[in-house]
Design a binder for this molecule. Structure first.
Ligand SMILES: Nc1ncnc2c1ncn2[C@@H]1O[C@H](COP(=O)(O)OP(=O)(O)OP(=O)(O)O)[C@@H](O)[C@H]1O
Ligand SMILES: [Mg+2]
Length: 354
């Protein structure tokens, strides 16, 4: 084909370029697939400039693993079959279709079209997360239900025994048993909360400064153990807001616990600040100078059972987000590896009734 004809053909192709996608062509030359054409704002603006692709083979502009996968699809198309596949470049997902162009029963070139399906994928992932949550919820309800009744009997009888026994050493054991049983009880309650969070919410007006100060007292033994100081000035701007005190404490405990776990022994302080965010909203910042997180890790933070800790359950942040959402607020993370992490919670002073 003449060069000029090719240009005319390329112009025709331009009409076929999907608005949210791109069009490309390739040929096989000396056993390599060489791209001869690529057009579409989607690719040239957001992924790679035309010059990176034209005249190049897959391995010239894609990581080896991706290039090999695509090469297989390219081979099938070059053998005369239409191929559809899903691909990903950076954060962008697309579906592509390869259509061989035959002249006298021989493939002379392959025309590919691709469209952006990133939004669709994002929704799919959300759905997947919701499904996971539903499964966790069911599991939680089942476990909590089975454990609650026998646990209540054990706690009751342990109390009766400790009232009737005089032996001091047995009293020590019973004390440990009661503490451990309390812990089991609170884990079971946590699971009950995952299953049915809104039924357990009891909101009234609280001074948030003293709520934070209470939590800090509670966390102090743990932070002292690692030589970390929790810095919060309870005399700062006084904030009063409607919330469920226990649930809010649970959020703060989970977040401070994460910050303590992320900070080196004898490390820097963890800073908590509180203030008015707007007329009817307030903020809580929790900042640590711990190990921080990569952007990949940040993306997965609220997934159930996502943990990087040997003894973590990976439910802490999921529960935090649930509680904050119940209070009609938002929770966001900013983090850099090596610098640390900042959590921002924004909450309404009053919860609107729905
Ligand atoms: N302040 C932080 N600094 C660094 N990494 C963090 C921080 N907070 C959370 N993470 C990361 O997010 C993951 C999930 O946290 P999350 O609190 O949900 O679960 P966990 O702490 O692993 O377990 P648990 O259910 O016992 O809280 C952690 O394993 C950790 O990798
Ligand atoms: Mg945690």
């Amino acid at each position: 084909m003449e060069k000029n004809d090719n240009k005319a053909l390329d112009n025709d192709y331009r009409d076929l370029i999907p608005r949210n996608g791109f069009l490309f062509k390739f040929i096989k030359k000396d056993n390599d697939f060489i791209h001869t054409f690529v057009e579409g704002d989607f690719i040239t603006k957001s992924i790679m400039p035309t010059a990176m692709v034209i005249g190049k083979k897959l391995s010239d502009f894609l990581p080896m693993k991706q290039a090999l996968i695509k090469q297989r699809f390219y081979e099938i198309a070059w053998d005369g079959e239409t191929v559809n596949y899903e691909g990903k470049v950076g954060d962008i997902h697309y579906v592509a279709s390869l259509n061989p162009l035959m002249v006298n029963g021989k493939v002379t070139e392959v025309i590919g079209t691709a469209i952006d399906i990133t939004d669709k994928k994002r929704n799919e992932n959300k759905l997947l997360e919701l499904e996971k949550l539903a499964v966790v919820g069911e599991l939680a309800a089942g476990i909590a239900h089975e454990i609650r009744n026998p646990l209540t009997s054990i706690i009751g009888f342990t109390q009766i025994i400790s009232e009737r026994v005089d032996d001091a050493s047995i009293h020590d054991y019973l004390g440990i048993m009661m503490r451990e049983l309390d812990r089991i009880n609170s884990i079971v309650n946590e699971f009950m909360f995952i299953a049915k969070p809104d039924e357990t919410m009891k909101a009234s007006k609280y001074n948030i400064n003293s709520l934070i100060a209470d939590v800090n007292k509670f966390m102090e033994p743990q932070s002292n153990l690692k030589g970390i100081r929790i810095n919060f000035d309870s005399q700062s701007e006084q904030i009063t807001a409607v919330c469920d005190q226990n649930l809010m404490k649970q959020v703060l405990i989970n977040l401070i616990q994460n910050s303590i776990e992320a900070t080196e022994e004898n490390g820097e302080e963890i800073k908590i600040s509180l203030g008015q965010a707007s007329d009817d909203k307030f903020f809580i910042h929790i900042t640590d100078k711990g190990n921080g997180m990569t952007s990949d890790r940040l993306k997965r933070l609220f997934e159930p059972f996502y943990t990087t800790k040997e003894k973590g359950t990976g439910l802490g942040l999921m529960i935090c987000r649930r509680i904050i959402e119940l209070h009609q607020g938002t929770i966001e993370f900013k983090s850099d590896v090596g610098t640390g992490t900042e959590v921002t919670i924004i909450l309404p002073v009053k919860i609107a009734s729905t």
